[in-house]
Structure formats: structure tokens, C-alpha cells
Write a protein that binds this ligand. Structure first.
Ligand SMILES: [Zn+2]
Ligand SMILES: [Zn+2]
Length: 326
């Protein structure tokens, strides 16, 4: 726990773990022996975007930033789905991400590319010895739910379930029956539909931690190195608007303007429309159109003054509306 709370001094990487992580990248090569069907490639693409959505909409916008509300049962579904990405437990993920925002691009940031370099900020911090534990204090608002703590501790349950589902799909579609999941049909689906897709999802997610703090444009002065990139926003379903996000992290959308494509946000809006989630937090105008926090305060004063005076009850409504509409 100490290591997570005072991470300025990083211990030496564990070579064995770095090699193990590299070996995961070789697992898809099993397809050289089984072959791969068109269906396996479709599974690979589908489960990349499927899991990317739950990472950004779940691990990130729900657990780390509380950008919307939901029921207790759906919260469990969110955690389970996000964990099919094999990026450890939702509480582990979100607690470290809160540290990242708190100490962004300072020595205490778990993964600052500016300070620790590309390899460390991309994967080194995950496979290294310093961030193995979940800091339950930082994520206390969710650690009070025993089912989430259980899932966090047994973080391989969700990815193993997905791997079996993918093998079963391969067996049914390419092998003609569910029992064929233990034949070539199931294993080729496992190598390409699960393992290759998992590895690509890793690098999609990790690129936000590493290169999104170096390459791209900075619209807002956040005091850190966060950047915006349309290409990464497309690949990561909205996470590429990382400078926007560092500027106003509680928003459920990271593309602040209509042209900033943020597919995760569109899906979250869909979930809201059918009543699965609610109270999506928006981006107030004084934040959206400002350059830095001081400018935002000035704009807020200006906007408040130019607004016609309203009765007290209406004013409360207006504020909520403002949040909803953005
Ligand atoms: Zn960041
Ligand atoms: Zn964040």
C-alpha cells in the first residue's frame, strides 16, 4: 500500500514479469497452427471495441470519475464487463487512475511519460513492483460494496469467462456445435478473437497513459502534458480528447464540441435513454470556452451577469439544465 501512496521512488522492474508480458503477445501466434477464419477476425475486431467501451465508459468514466449514476446491479455489470479486458480489477484500475489525475506529470504520477519515459508509462508501471496493490482508501466510495471487492480480488474470473464464451462461439459458428469449442475451431477463436484482441486493447488503453501526454494539441492549460488527438479518439472511442478530460475530469463526455467524436459518450446517452444510467455530467459553457481555470472563472462571472435575473427555485433548475444540456 505504501508503494502506491508514495510512489516517487520507483523500484527496479521485474525482468521475469516484463518477459511474461511480452510472451502474452506471442499467444495469438497459436493461430499459425490452427489457422484463422473470417469469423475469428470479426470476433477480434468486435471484442476490441466492446471492451474499449467498457474500459472508457466503465473503469474510467464511472469508477474513476463518477461522471454518471447507476443502480447497484448495473454497477456490477459495468465492473464485470470492464474486467473482461484483463486489466485487473475495477477498483485497482480506478484508484490508480485517481492518483494519475492527482499527481499528473509529477514524480508521484504512476505513469508519467515526461518523467519516466515511454516504456515505463506504457507498460512498465503495470508489470513493475510498485503498483500491485489496490489502494482501497482512494476508492473507498466503491470499496464499500463487497461484490466489487470480490470481483477486484478475483480479477481473472471475467476474462476467463469471456475467453470461454469466445471459444464456444468459435465452436458453434466454425465447428457446427458447442462441443467443437475444444477443437481447432474453438482454439483459433481463442487465439485471434480473444488473445489478439486483448493485446490490441492493452495498447489502445496504454497509449492514453503514454503518448496522449506527449503528442497532439493542447487546447486547455492544465499544468500537465495532456493532449488531444482525433486519431486516438477514434481508436479509443473518445479517450483521445485527453487534454479536455484533464481540464474537466468529471464530465461524462470527453469530446466537448459536437465535432469531437466520442463514441463512448453516444453509447452512454443510449444507456441513459433506456434508464440503465442517469445524471450524466456535462460540460458547463464557462469551462468549454475558457483557456485555463482563471479564465473560466471570469467567463462564469460574465455569463452569470448577462443572464436575466431569475427567481431562486428557477435558478437551481437552470443550473441542472445547464449540466444536462451540455
Ligand atoms: Zn492522463
Ligand atoms: Zn481520467
Amino acid at each position: 500500500m505504501e508503494a502506491t501512496l508514495k510512489p516517487e521512488a520507483r523500484r527496479k522492474p521485474i525482468l521475469k514479469q516484463e518477459i511474461a508480458f511480452l510472451l502474452i503477445h506471442l499467444l495469438p501466434l497459436g493461430a499459425l497452427f490452427t489457422g484463422a477464419t473470417l469469423f475469428d477476425w470479426i470476433l477480434c475486431g468486435f471484442f476490441y471495441f466492446f471492451r474499449m467501451f467498457w474500459i472508457t465508459g466503465g473503469y474510467h468514466r464511472y469508477f474513476a470519475h463518477k461522471s454518471y449514476k447507476t443502480s447497484r446491479w448495473f454497477q456490477f455489470v459495468i465492473a464485470f464487463m470492464a474486467q473482461t479486458s484483463a486489466q485487473k480489477g475495477a477498483l485497482w484500475w480506478a484508484a490508480h487512475h485517481r492518483h494519475h489525475h492527482r499527481y499528473s506529470d509529477t514524480p508521484a504520477d504512476p505513469h508519467s511519460m515526461k518523467i519516466y519515459g515511454f516504456w515505463y508509462s506504457h507498460v512498465g508501471w503495470i508489470v513493475g513492483p510498485d503498483f500491485k496493490e489496490t489502494d482501497y482508501k482512494t476508492i473507498g466510495d466503491y470499496a464499500k460494496y463487497p461484490e466489487l471487492v470480490w470481483l477486484n480480488k478475483h480479477y481473472l474470473v471475467a476474462p476467463t469467462t469471456l475467453a470461454l464464451v469466445i471459444m464456444a462461439l468459435g465452436g458453434i459458428v466454425d465447428g457446427g456445435s458447442i462441443t467443437a469449442m475444444f477443437s481447432t475451431a474453438g482454439f483459433s477463436a481463442l487465439f485471434i478473437g480473444f488473445f489478439l484482441s486483448t493485446v490490441i486493447t492493452y495498447h489502445g488503453t496504454f497509449s492514453i497513459n503514454s503518448i496522449m501526454h506527449k503528442f497532439g494539441r493542447q487546447r486547455y492549460q492544465t499544468g500537465d502534458e495532456s493532449r488531444n488527438s482525433v486519431w486516438l479518439a477514434l481508436l479509443t472511442m473518445g479517450e483521445g480528447w485527453h487534454n479536455n478530460h484533464h481540464y474537466y475530469e468529471v464530465a461524462s463526455r470527453q469530446g466537448f464540441f459536437w465535432w469531437e467524436i466520442d463514441v463512448t459518450y453516444y453509447i452512454l446517452r443510449g444507456f441513459q435513454a433506456v434508464g440503465l444510467i442517469w445524471e450524466l455530467k456535462g460540460v458547463p459553457d464557462h469551462i468549454k470556452f475558457s483557456k485555463d481555470k482563471k479564465h473560466a472563472q471570469e467567463l462564469k462571472r460574465q455569463y452569470d451577469q448577462s443572464r436575466p435575473p431569475v427567481a431562486k427555485d428557477e435558478r437551481t433548475e437552470k443550473t441542472e439544465e445547464n449540466v444536462e444540456a451540455s
